[in-house]
Design a protein around this ligand. Structure first.
Ligand SMILES: [Zn+2]
Length: 419
């Protein structure tokens, strides 16, 4: 399976918006840009929502049929490891091998020594044209890279071979993610991580490094856009060079996780992938759920009441809901509106506070982040929430499609092709 040049990870917590998401991709297709969907759902999300990997597959197949989608599509076992990958073997054809937890665990001395020995010849690749942040790599640097990343790379190898054994290497796409590590990887580190993945035989088609700056859930990038721009472009150069140098899939590309709503980065990414004719995988997930809330709020008094209830409950259970997402959200509790006040809001006020329109003074990023992690509340409403979605699907779906197309696909993948 060869992943296309452009792909987008779309999340659908409750499995009702696949068709609305596909419609956004069809709009791009009509403008001549093919972007394939990857429905991703992590073990964490399945646990919180109470769904099974087979549900994601079922929803994806259904949406593809409903929309007569004619390109490929994928179901991503997102951020899996050896301990839970088996649950995803039947329903997924895309695996995000998450080895962030293994970074910094030391491989055996002799393994590090043999890594340094086999990689020493590649230090001559630096300085690499266009990469200014690292001009040379010494054997000491290699040893440090080996110490920090080799164990994690070997873990990726173990997971990859396990999946390949069960499914056949040709029947899935492998992504390797280190984005949930504590520190960003430099372009030079990325080069040698890729070298080590090639040595392990991992046919990685997309890699998600941790970039500089903060990628928080559902809100814009926090950090230096210029610094990101340099790093992103150098990563592209490193990947292109790694593909020429090592035995790696020719379509290997960068993946940007927590990629929804990074509006200040999209023009920079767009320019870089255009300039280098590079592919991209952008992983978004949770914001489709926020569009459901916006749609319900806009649909009339009944839907609005559900949206208000979700907020009131999320507000009361903030510690519990935020805990699994501690490192990827940043909520200032003093800026959260009082749930009693939100109960008096009309449709427009609720939707404007939640919708990510930075020029709108009513937009509240703290309100948005809390609701982002609040999907557990809707999951607990069970059938009642799903009935609301079905009843008001038209306005909900419209918000889902517009959010994906206008705010994500258009600036990122179409750029100047905007009509
Ligand atoms: Zn990730």
């Amino acid at each position: 399976m060869t992943l296309e040049k452009y792909s987008i990870g779309v999340g659908d917590r409750f499995g009702h918006q696949g068709a609305a998401q596909l419609q956004a991709l069809q709009q791009a297709d009509q403008r001549g840009v093919k972007i394939v969907p990857v429905w991703n759902k992590s073990f964490r999300e399945h646990t919180i929502v109470g769904t099974q990997p087979a549900d994601t597959r079922h929803a994806a197949d259904g949406a593809v049929k409903e929309c007569s989608w004619k390109h490929s599509y994928y179901v991503d076992a997102d951020h899996i490891g050896l301990k839970n990958v088996d649950l995803f073997l039947d329903s997924s054809n895309f695996y995000t091998l998450d080895v962030a937890d293994f970074i910094g665990k030391a491989a055996e001395e002799r393994e590090i020594a043999s890594f340094v020995k086999s990689m020493a010849k590649y230090t001559a690749e630096f300085p690499l044209s266009g990469v200014r942040t690292t001009t040379r790599v010494t054997e000491e640097d290699l040893a440090a890279i080996g110490k920090k990343y080799l164990f994690a790379v070997k873990e990726a190898g173990r997971i990859y071979r396990h999946i390949a054994e069960k499914k056949g290497a040709e029947n899935f796409v492998a992504e390797v993610s280190t984005d949930e590590a504590n520190e960003p990887q430099t372009p030079a580190q990325l080069f040698f991580i890729l070298a080590a993945l090639a040595e392990e035989g991992v046919r990685v088609q997309t890699i998600a490094p941790k970039f500089t700056g903060s990628f928080l859930k559902g809100i814009d990038y926090v950090g230096s856009v210029d610094q990101f721009a340099t790093e992103f472009e150098e990563d592209l150069l490193v990947i292109a060079h790694a593909v020429k140098t090592f035995d790696l899939p020719k379509n290997l590309k960068l993946s940007v996780h927590s990629g929804s709503d990074k509006f200040s980065l999209y023009p920079v990414i767009r320019r870089a992938i255009g300039k280098h004719d590079a592919g991209l995988h952008l992983k978004t997930a949770g914001t489709t759920w926020l569009e459901e809330l916006i749609g319900l709020a806009m649909s009339g008094p009944e839907g609005l009441r559900v949206a208000q209830e979700v907020y009131a409950t999320a507000h009361a259970r903030i510690d519990e809901l935020c805990k699994p997402y501690e490192t990827v959200i940043n909520i200032d509790r003093s800026k959260l509106p009082d749930p009693q006040l939100v109960r008096r809001w009309g449709s427009e006020e609720y939707a404007s506070a939640l919708r990510h329109t930075q020029s709108d003074p009513r937009y509240n990023l703290h309100f948005r982040q809390l609701l982002h992690v609040g999907y557990k509340v809707a999951a607990e409403m069970g059938g009642e929430y799903l009935r609301m979605l079905e009843k008001y699907q038209e306005v909900v779906g419209q918000n889902v499609t517009e959010n994906l197309f206008d705010r994500h696909i258009n600036p990122l993948f179409l750029g100047s092709k905007q009509s």
